[in-house]
Design a protein around this ligand. Structure first.
Ligand code: ADP
Ligand code: MG
Length: 399
């Protein structure tokens, strides 16, 4: 099974491109599911479905064509399916603070529940071997980051907190229930978390395996959007996912000659150059701004045609290596970077704001640094077997 993640800022065209990719894949004969994790669902719109009709039937992947299904994760339904126990407990705790039941119910939707639910589906579909490709239409960047980091968070929670908390509760419950102002969770609550965890088992490996999962970052040729795309790129790399393509959507087509757009064209050109340079060696594709919204099968086919070459397989593995990876290392971090064409003498390194810039001859690579590393400086670099390892440390200035 292949999994393609479409991520990017709100409104850039994730759903449209994910849906178009689904259309193309299904036409090539792959059993394809396009699944939306964004609470601002727009897949049904992209396929121009009757929302009321669709809404009533979304409990299971909904067929929208031959070998093509869509699925929108509905958090209310997911709570009933998987989170009943947990949300009931959270609601009871919230209620003791005096807020209304309606508010408590609203607040009991914990961050990450949608993402976790989507991953349970991914795992279930994989086990059932129901689809050849799952195209994930992700929530805007920040939420997607929660999605990809969730397995690690959960894993940590289970190992360090869960077992401890549980034995502690066993010991204190007889007393605590009498004195504590809030109710302590019951044993079934823990059993429920345990079950949830089991449903998620293996999803992290799936996400980190470039043979299975590829991230397609969607952006627009605008400065503001680009910044967010760069951050997303850093965080996907940090979490071990492989971004294999950057798609720049809504590029002004050459035939637009109205002087009104002259400045737009110029700024788009400049930012496009910047995008190509920044993300190298990850390939960058462009899709044009259309004269209309992308709605319905016909429009999706058009978009797919602009995005893929004829006969090209959108599920093909474009890249297997992450361009760079981070690892923790005594007090600092090390960054590993693939430099297949480099020789020792010609490598230059410098820091620019929250970026590390590597120069090899005339080629530049930009490594965006996560917040935890932004204040650090490169202290050591070595090139071995075409891999450059840079050590980053906090260099404290004295006096
Ligand atoms: N290349 C394009 N040309 C014209 N309209 C587009 C293009 N790509 C997307 N749209 C339209 O822009 C709006 C937002 O796109 P959508 O795919 O829903 O974005 P996202 O999922 O990233 O929030 C939709 O109305 C869609 O039809
Ligand atoms: Mg969307």
């Amino acid at each position: 099974m292949r999994m393609l993640l479409f991520s990017g800022k709100g409104g850039v065209g994730k759903s449209s491109l994910a849906a178009a990719t689904g259309v193309k894949l299904s036409r090539m004969g792959y059993r394809t599911l396009v699944m939306s994790v964004d609470p601002a669902h727009s897949l049904a719109d992209a396929f121009d479905l009757d929302i009321d009709l669709f809404g009533a039937q979304t409990a299971d992947p909904y067929p929208v064509g031959e070998k093509l299904w869509i699925h929108e994760v509905n958090i209310q339904r997911e709570i009933r399916r998987h989170w009943q126990e947990i949300s009931a407990y959270v609601i009871s705790v919230l209620r003791t603070t005096g807020i209304s039941e309606v508010e408590a119910e609203e607040l009991a939707i914990l961050p990450g529940m949608e993402e976790l639910s989507a991953m349970m589906y991914v795992n279930q579909f994989r086990r059932e071997e129901r689809f050849d490709v799952i195209v994930l239409d992700c929530a805007p960047t920040a939420e997607s980051m929660r999605f990809v980091s969730m397995p690690t968070t959960l894993d940590w929670y289970m190992k360090h907190i869960f077992s401890f908390q549980r034995s502690l509760l066993k010991a204190v419950r007889p007393i605590a229930n009498r004195v504590a102002p809030i109710e302590l969770p019951t044993d079934t609550y823990f059993a429920n978390i345990q079950r949830l965890f089991e449903r998620l088992e293996g999803v992290d490996q799936l996400l980190e395996d470039p043979q299975t999962t590829s991230v397609r970052l969607v952006t627009n040729p605008e400065k503001m959007v680009l910044r967010e795309t760069q951050r997303a790129f850093v965080y996907f790399s940090l979490h071990g996912l492989t971004v294999d393509t950057v798609i720049v959507n809504r590029v002004l087509p050459a035939e637009v000659s109205d002087p009104f757009f002259a400045e737009w064209r110029q700024s788009q050109r400049k930012i496009l150059d910047e995008i190509h340079e920044y993300f190298a060696p990850v390939p960058v594709r462009e899709t044009p701004l259309f004269t209309h919204e992308v709605m319905g099968r016909q429009r999706l086919e058009e978009l797919a045609e602009a995005l893929y070459r004829e006969g090209e397989n959108p599920a093909a593995i474009v890249r297997e290596e992450r361009p760079y990876s981070f690892a923790k290392q005594d007090g600092g971090y090390s960054i590993r970077l693939q430099l297949p064409f480099a020789t020792k003498g010609e490598i230059g390194l410098f820091k620019k704001d929250d970026e590390l810039v590597v120069e090899v001859g005339s080629v530049r690579r930009h490594i965006g640094l996560p917040t935890s590393m932004a204040s650090m400086q490169p202290v050591h670099a070595r090139l071995e077997n075409k891999i450059l390892t840079v050590e980053m440390k906090d260099v404290l200035l004295k006096g």
